[in-house]
Design a protein around this ligand. Structure first.
Ligand code: FE2
Ligand code: FE2
Length: 471
């Protein structure tokens, strides 16, 4: 039986430690990011070691290879790619963080942040990564930025289209009209020959979980038009990155074609996914494995470290509001892009929130709400089942579930599902009880209801495993 196995990772965001890996300014930056910074080199090395020793036929990287386009980060990343290429072919799709489109590359020294970092221009990328795509391309499209979309042929009648979707020429991510035409023509041509067409691009084509998360910024500007065109033309799978969330969604076009979008989470943060697609004569299987451990500064770190790093984003920021110095809290919020004045005003609220989330149990809060709502909000036996949980536990677990595509599923009807969704439903219930008709508030409350259900259950499709018949 013929078999082709392709491996996908995304958002490696390699950060050169030459840009600073200790001190207060670095710590602030590191603690306000879900993904790692100084640890990226060691995480990538370990993942590449696993991939090199595996039975995969090729590795694909779905964009944001470097932290923020820093030349030092790119140079180290390219060295790692050449080393892996001795064992496996590697194909990359570059993206906005590879040429620092926000002009915000930084280095850290002591308590200071410096912006004098040498970055790579978009016009340099094709040449720098020529051996990881364009060199083997059967067809190529050079964009107005000088970047490259290209086509690779794999055995077993598989075609990979690596599509760079950084700018559509109208201020959003996506494709210019001539680029879009090239892509749809490639898909049609290969589909007519009976090939399986797989796309990979950095930004999302399908708005998943909720527009509150995957709305503007995560998806391509004209994503609805693109996905319809690609699906109609015959593309069957598209691998995307950017959101740092693991997710699989199924799109059905107007003519009934289906296209699966596999959103691959970031390798350098929890849950560090490595997604394998295996194509045989009969089946197509998608299986996600996770980096279990890596060595950093002589210490073996596990996925628990990545989990703690991700949730530190919430816990450390709130903790600083209550227990830290005011200036440290303000500087930390500035790292999130929040202005100094707003940060100062937010401190009392964050401090209250920290105390509330950490000291209140689900059972206590539920009982109080039940008392005020004449026992109509929560089922008492559900609350008893969650009696050991604090509110902060639910917040952290929901965040991790968002990132890992609900590796721990809480199906409809379970105590966890009932309590969490009923709690998020309270604003909606209040609006209805008070007969408040405010279009934006009503839409927001409905969206919150949908979003939390998607987060705790993972949605209709298993986000980490999928098996389909080939035909
Ligand atoms: Fe990213
Ligand atoms: Fe991105």
């Amino acid at each position: 039986m013929k078999k082709t196995k392709l491996t996908f990772i995304a958002d490696t965001h390699h950060y050169s430690r030459k840009l600073g890996d200790n001190g207060p300014a670095y710590e602030r930056r590191s603690s306000t990011d879900q993904k790692c910074l100084a640890e990226t080199g060691d995480i990538i090395d370990k993942a590449f070691e696993i991939i090199a020793d595996s039975d995969t036929d090729a590795l694909m990287i779905v964009g944001d290879l470097s932290n923020d386009g820093e030349r030092a980060s790119h140079e180290e990343m390219i060295e790692k790619l050449y080393k892996l290429k001795q064992k496996k072919p590697v194909y990359v799709t570059l993206a906005t963080h590879d040429w620092c489109c926000d002009n915000n590359a930084r280095r850290y020294d002591g308590d200071s942040v410096f912006h004098d970092v040498d970055t790579v221009k978009h016009t340099e990328l094709r040449e720098m990564y020529y051996d990881f795509g364009p060199r083997d391309a059967k067809a190529e499209f050079i964009t107005h930025l000088g970047t490259s979309s290209y086509k690779i042929e794999f055995p077993n009648d598989i075609i990979l289209l690596s599509l760079i979707d950084d700018q559509d020429g109208e201020g959003a991510s996506g494709f210019t009209p001539d680029h879009l035409e090239w892509i749809t023509n490639q898909i049609k041509e290969e589909t007519e020959k009976g090939k399986l067409v797989i796309g990979m691009e950095h930004h999302l084509l399908y708005q998943h979980i909720s527009p509150l998360f995957s709305g503007h910024g995560l998806c391509c500007g004209k994503h609805e038009m693109y996905i319809e065109k690609f699906c109609e033309a015959g593309m069957k799978f598209v691998f995307v990155g950017h959101s740092h969330m693991q997710r699989i969604d199924r799109y059905v076009s107007e003519n009934g074609n289906t296209l699966y979008e596999i959103n691959v989470g970031s390798l350098v943060g929890y849950p560090a996914p490595i997604v394998n697609m295996t194509v045989t004569d009969k089946q197509i299987k998608i299986d996600t494995e996770h980096l279990k451990e890596f060595m950093y500064n002589g210490e073996i770190l596990s996925s628990e470290y990545l989990k703690a790093h991700a949730t530190r984003l919430i816990t450390k920021t709130l903790g600083l509001a209550r227990h830290g110095r005011k200036e440290e809290f303000v500087k930390t919020l500035i790292e999130f892009g929040i202005g100094r004045d707003t940060a100062e005003k937010l401190r009392p609220m964050f401090s209250f929130l920290e105390r509330f989330l950490n000291s209140t149990s689900v059972y206590t809060l539920g009982t109080v709400i039940n008392f005020a709502s004449f026992g109509k909000t929560f089922n008492k036996s559900d609350l008893i089942q969650l009696k050991d949980k604090k509110i902060i536990d639910i917040v952290n677990e929901s965040f991790l579930s968002l990132l890992d595509g609900a590796l721990t599923k809480h199906e409809e009807g379970t105590a966890y599902y009932n309590v969490v969704t009923s709690f998020v439903h309270i604003p909606n219930k209040l609006l209805k009880a008070l007969r408040i008709k405010h279009k934006k508030a009503n839409i927001l409350c409905d969206e919150l209801d949908n979003m939390i259900k998607e987060i705790v259950t993972g949605g209709a499709i298993d986000n980490n495993h999928l098996t389909l018949d080939k035909n």
